[in-house]
Write a protein that binds this ligand. Structure first.
Ligand code: GUN
Ligand code: FE
Length: 424
């Protein structure tokens, strides 16, 4: 059933700073698409079934623009190192286990279950180099009802033996076969080209992946300018490139003709930022991971002021939680540290601004997603904030802010709709 009305206290962003709230209002969904939010029900919608969530908060679904499914298993562990040693000692070690279908089956069931029961409705995911296991993950995500882009990861150099593909050619041909098998197989689950990052992909592989992305019109995801040692390494590996982003761009993997999302963007040069803007690349801001791995603070306020496209990412296991409510709080907190400790001309991000990034900002990667304006795909989460009792009377906006800060998503999610389908 894809047409219905939700009644409750409705909040959604219309632009970078405006959060609209409506008390005892009606959000109307027709054929999976939002008709708008109304104070009463118009005659043409009277026949639609109504879900009554009076006194509960109804918000758009949240988009997670960057996470790693195989790393869900070790989130919250081994956080005492920086990116490159963390990858070698933790991420690669764990990801190698996904050559075992049984292990992957168990781990990916836990991952999908966690995601389904979170506030996330849309997500961009890295799997591992393993093609069949990536297909299994896609099948499980499809069953969850979430909308996702899922990447078989490409790695043909600077990787441990048990997580290094035989050759760039084999990696590319496996990727092409995997795309042929999955491109039109699912309703809500799509392949995305996923070179892990420049250090783990040879020039030949990057060239092939750029060609495949264009040939099949498949989007691209990767990591960009996350950590200073990593950036130095990329400079050595790509002496011809003027920046890390320019190296992806050279191979057709940076937004030109292919929708692209780059995670982190902590230490981008001015030139790189201009290229991100020019090529309309999405930035996935992953504040928890950037802190855990001592990467730094991404200057997101600078990016939004330049009208870059920005969303949030949990980046598990660099980030420890799958909650985008937690990511919102982290994003606000680190922006305050950036302002106070690094550059007082860059004002902190506000709650409204980051709620926008988590909903409509990141949602844009998936189309008209992340708001209850007319024509948006109908993704919604219903939060019962009475799980966090309070004595005073609060506006809807304050109830939302408090629900996000106090993690009402751990026990307060009452319902979730994706593309008009009720999945919780
Ligand atoms: N860069 C390359 N691979 C990874 C990863 O798995 N996590 C993070 N945070 N950065 C990366
Ligand atoms: Fe990552």
């Amino acid at each position: 059933m894809n047409s219905f009305i939700l009644k409750g206290d409705i909040c959604y962003s219309t632009n970078k700073t405006t959060l609209k709230t409506h008390k005892d209002a009606y959000a109307v969904c027709v054929d999976g698409v939002c008709e708008g939010v109304f104070d009463s029900i118009a005659k043409e919608y009277e026949h639609l079934p109504l879900y009554d969530y009076s006194n509960k908060l109804i918000i758009p679904g949240l988009s997670d623009l960057h996470t790693h499914a195989p790393q869900y298993s070790f989130r919250g562990l081994n956080m005492d190192s920086e990116l490159l040693s963390w990858l070698n000692n933790n991420a690669f070690y764990e990801e190698a286990k996904y050559s075992d279908m049984q292990y992957a089956d168990k781990a990916y069931s836990i991952f999908c279950d966690g995601l389904k029961n979170s506030v996330t409705t849309r997500v961009c995911i890295f799997s591992t180099i393993h093609t069949d296991v990536t297909k299994l993950l896609m099948q499980k995500l499809e069953e969850s009802g979430l909308v996702s882009y899922v990447g078989k990861v490409n790695m043909d150099r600077n990787s441990p033996k048990n997580l290094c593909e035989e050759s760039g050619e084999k990696s590319a041909s496996d990727t092409e076969k995997w795309i042929a098998d999955t491109k039109n197989k699912f309703k809500n689950t799509y392949p995305i080209i996923t070179p892990r990052f420049i250090p783990s992909c040879s020039d030949g592989l990057l060239k092939n992946l750029g060609e495949i992305a264009h040939k099949y019109d498949i989007p691209v995801q990767s990591h960009l300018s996350e950590n200073k040692d990593e950036i130095r390494w990329v400079k050595e590996l790509c002496p011809e490139s003027s920046s890390y982003g320019d190296a992806y761009d050279y191979f057709g993997l940076f937004g030109k003709g292919t929708k692209t999302v780059m995670a982190h963007c902590v230490h981008c040069s001015d030139e790189e930022v201009e290229l991100i803007k020019k090529n309309k690349v999405f930035v996935a801001h992953c504040p928890a991971s950037n802190t855990n791995l001592s990467s730094g603070i991404a200057p997101i306020k600078k990016y939004t002021e330049k009208n870059l496209r920005v969303g949030l990412g949990t980046d598990m296991g660099g980030g420890e939680k799958d909650s985008l409510f937690c990511a919102i709080v982290e994003a606000i907190k680190v922006s305050k540290l950036y302002y106070r400790l690094i550059d007082e001309t860059v004002k902190p991000l506000t709650f409204n601004e980051v709620f926008y990034l988590a909903t409509k900002g990141g949602g844009e990667f998936f189309g008209a997603v992340g708001s209850f304006e007319k024509g948006f795909e109908f993704d919604a989460v219903v939060i019962d904030d009475s799980v966090l009792p309070h004595p005073q009377s609060l506006t809807i906006k304050k109830r939302l802010e408090r629900s996000v800060y106090l993690s009402a998503d751990t026990t307060g999610i009452k319902a979730k709709f994706v593309r008009g389908n009720k999945i919780i």
